[in-house]
Write a protein that binds this ligand. Structure first.
Ligand SMILES: Nc1ncnc2c1ncn2[C@@H]1O[C@H](COP(=O)(O)OP(=O)(O)OP(=O)(O)O)[C@@H](O)[C@H]1O
Ligand SMILES: [Mg+2]
Length: 723
């Protein structure tokens, strides 16, 4: 009898095992467990398997029979808070048998009453620490009379259910893990193909929407550190259009810093689920009502420990919850999104910066090119090998080449005539640089590609980087024109002075000649002329001789030599030369010396010319007559000569123009007098200073060193142009 009972038990266990192994349907397994129990315990009127609910209670799931007195099993709920028996089973994870419920107060009295339960066996469905459910066996009215071994048999069946559920959970967990993994892989792959933040967000919305089965998803982003959040994008499938959404946000003006929900998500970097906003103080209720939001699930977008933004999944009009697994999966998708998004944002920002910089560089380059191209001066760059690295069109034109031909040429081809080119490196030109000084050549010769030379003035500026010379830039100017102008000026000046002087000189000569003529006529009529008359004639002849030789002295081109000369004498000669002109203009010239005036080192003819120009200007400024004071005195190592006229003077704004070539206010003036004077004084290491006011006369003050440096004469350039 026992053996047979054992046989059937084994058969039942085998059946349950088979149900467990062959199919993973929880229903089928639990059904076979319930069947096995009810077959085993014949006296039992009801077997019920109860599974846990989210609220902590256990609900009837499968049992025999399924309907007890019109109450279906799924209507039966065991609440461990009320039912101490259930609570004990859960706590101890052990089965408890109550042979007589009237003697035990633990079971919930309501079902005991309702079903007249007399005896009751409760078992936990568990595996290890995990509790999967409860099983209750009872009968109505009388005891089940369960033996120890019967209870153990039932426990064996129930344990199998525990194993089965555990396996199934394991399997489901693995399955869903695999599914999640696959999903995350898909998201990651898809995100990696997205090139813009919009595409990344749309992909995220699609996957999160799928997992949570909700298409109302929007994102609020904080673009850069320190900046504030803004509504950035809404899912295309949302019940709202993005435009409406933005408009409403504009109207609401969320204060992210004060919004409790946003702040909690941002601060904790964890998602927050609010199934019903009306039952929660955190969300901005007014904003939620504007959007028609009933529930909100907000998740943080975190990349490298920074919150880029938040994603809000909202339910419109209904309370909604999501399973923990789904919420976590949604967060995982968003985590992957955040990484991609942060990269994309950084890339987009970099791209913006690069575009800006490129535009800036392009603009700078354009300006530089414009400057180079429009410069009238030739500009070219040299590397340390003495090769030309860049040039402007003016340089190429002056050197008789195109820009492209000039680049790469050797510098020495420009500096030396073709037959003298040694082939030696021109790099040595940079050796002369001391620090970052600049070389200025006032006059040199450059050679065109055809070997024609032309005079230039150039500046060589080193290009210094990290305290090292990397090359140089040459800026040059063709001075042929300037040189010929200078030549013209020099000649013109001589001619003009002589021309101007001629009238005066003629007058000057005519006077003594008239005197002579008178005396000779006298001689003619009276042969006994007096000796004093002859003396007068001689002195008149001397005067003519002086004037003519003086005129020749100034007119004749002569080589400039510096000698010790009496300055007083020079000034007296000048006054004498211009005497007639002064007379004609009714100008009185007075000279005043203070102290002993030493001889000075000078080029006499030049100095005379300079003084003539000044005195002439003074006379010309006093058309209606006046006075010219010439004061000479010595101060330290200098002789100071002041020409003070009472003429028309010079307007204040015109004073800087004095000495500019061809600046004149006179009808017959050329405008070179002062320029030549300035050059001559400079040539003598002297200084000139003009003080004038309109209508108040002019004072020209000249300071000349008494002694010039020893070697000065030797190194003296011989034309004005080199001054
Ligand atoms: N002493 C002066 N008083 C008033 N104006 C003067 C005086 N000296 C020079 N100027 C002004 O400066 C201008 C330039 O003088 P500058 O001697 O260079 O040329 P210019 O006298 O006009 O012609 P030129 O080449 O024949 O000398 C004059 O035209 C005149 O307007
Ligand atoms: Mg003049």
């Amino acid at each position: 009898m026992h053996a047979q009972a054992d046989q059937t038990r084994y058969a039942r266990l085998a059946k349950i095992s088979q149900a467990i192994n062959s199919n993973l349907d929880l229903n089928a397994v639990l059904d076979s467990v319930a069947a096995a129990i009810s077959e085993e315990i014949v006296l039992c009127d009801s077997v019920g398997i109860y599974l846990p609910q989210p609220d902590g209670t256990f609900r009837g799931y499968i049992g025999k029979p399924n309907n007890i007195n019109g109450v279906t099993l799924d209507q039966l709920i065991v609440d461990p808070k009320v039912d101490s028996l259930a609570a004990d089973i859960i706590r101890t994870r052990k089965s408890i048998y109550i042979p007589d419920t009237s003697l035990d107060r633990r079971p919930d009295p309501r079902p005991i009453e309702m079903f007249k339960i007399h005896s009751l066996l409760g078992l936990p469905i568990s595996y290890g620490e995990e509790l999967f459910g409860l099983v209750f066996l009872f009968n109505y009215g009388m005891s089940m009379n369960l033996s120890e071994s019967a209870i153990q048999t039932v426990e064996a069946y129930v344990n199998m259910a525990g194993v089965a559920i555990h396996n199934m959970h394991q399997f489901n967990a693995i399955q869903s893990l695999l599914r999640e993994k696959q999903l995350l892989l898909d998201v990651t792959r898809e995100l990696s193909l997205c090139s813009t933040t919009e595409k990344i967000l749309d992909t995220c919305f699609r996957y999160v929407g799928q997992v949570l089965n909700n298409k109302n998803i929007g994102v609020h982003l904080c673009d850069s550190i320190g900046s504030t959040f803004r509504p950035a994008r809404l899912s295309n499938h949302s019940d709202w259009t993005e435009e409406e959404w933005r408009k409403t946000h504009k109207h609401i003006k969320l204060n992210y810093d004060k919004d409790l929900l946003f702040q909690e998500v941002i601060q904790t970097k964890k998602y927050v689920l609010i199934p019903d906003i009306d039952a929660d103080p955190r969300p901005n209720h007014e904003a939620c009502h504007q959007f028609g939001i009933k529930g909100v699930f907000m998740l943080p977008l975190v990349a490298t420990a920074e919150v880029l933004g938040t994603i809000a999944v909202v339910s419109l009009g209904e309370v909604r919850t999501y399973s923990e697994v789904d919420m976590q999966l949604a967060q995982s998708i968003i985590d992957v999104t955040a990484a991609a998004l942060s990269n994309a944002i950084r890339m987009e920002q970099l791209e913006l910066i690069i575009n800006d910089r490129t535009e800036e560089l392009r603009e700078n380059h354009r300006i530089l090119e414009l400057i180079l191209n429009s410069a009238g001066e030739g500009i070219y760059g040299l590397n340390l090998d003495g090769r030309i690295t860049f040039c402007n069109p003016a340089a190429a034109r002056m050197l008789g080449l195109t820009v492209n031909e000039l680049i790469g040429q050797k510098h020495e081809h420009i500096l030396q005539p073709p037959d003298m080119q040694s082939g030696a490196s021109a790099a040595s030109i940079f050796d002369v640089f001391d620090g970052d000084s600049v070389i200025f050549m006032q006059e040199d010769l450059f050679y065109t590609a055809d070997g024609l030379m032309f005079p230039v003035e150039y500046v060589l500026t080193p290009i210094v980087e990290d305290n090292k010379i990397r090359g140089g830039v040459v800026t040059f100017r063709d001075i042929s024109e300037r040189k010929s102008t200078e030549e013209i000026i020099r000649k013109t000046d001589k001619l003009s002075v002589i021309g101007e002087l001629a009238a005066g000189v003629a007058h000057e000569i005519r006077n003594p000649l008239t005197t002579l003529r008178g005396f000779i006529q006298l001689l003619h009529t009276s042969p006994h002329t007096k000796r004093e008359n002859l003396d007068i004639m001689l002195s008149e002849l001397d005067r003519i001789n002086f004037i003519v030789s003086e005129l020749l002295f100034i007119a004749k081109p002569q080589c400039i030599t510096f000698h010790q000369k009496d300055l007083t004498l020079i000034l007296e000669n000048v006054i004498q030369l211009l005497h007639a002109q002064a007379n004609m203009n009714n100008v009185e010239i007075q000279m005043e010396m203070t102290g002993e005036i030493p001889h000075i080192t000078c080029a006499e003819s030049q100095l005379k010319q300079a003084f003539i120009n000044i005195v002439k200007n003074a006379i010309e400024s006093m058309e209606d007559g006046g006075q010219l004071f010439i004061q000479v005195n010595v101060k330290d190592e200098l002789v100071v000569i002041r020409f003070k006229d009472s003429g028309c003077g010079v307007a204040k704004d015109r004073i800087p123009k004095l000495g500019e070539p061809f600046y004149t206010t006179k009808e017959k003036g050329i405008g070179l007098g002062l320029m030549v004077t300035f050059q001559i004084i400079k040539h003598h290491h002297g200084r000139i200073h003009i003080e004038s006011a309109e209508g108040a006369g002019t004072t020209v003050q000249i300071e000349l060193p008494i002694v010039l440096p020893e070697d000065y004469v030797e190194h003296l350039p011989y034309t004005y142009s080199t001054l």
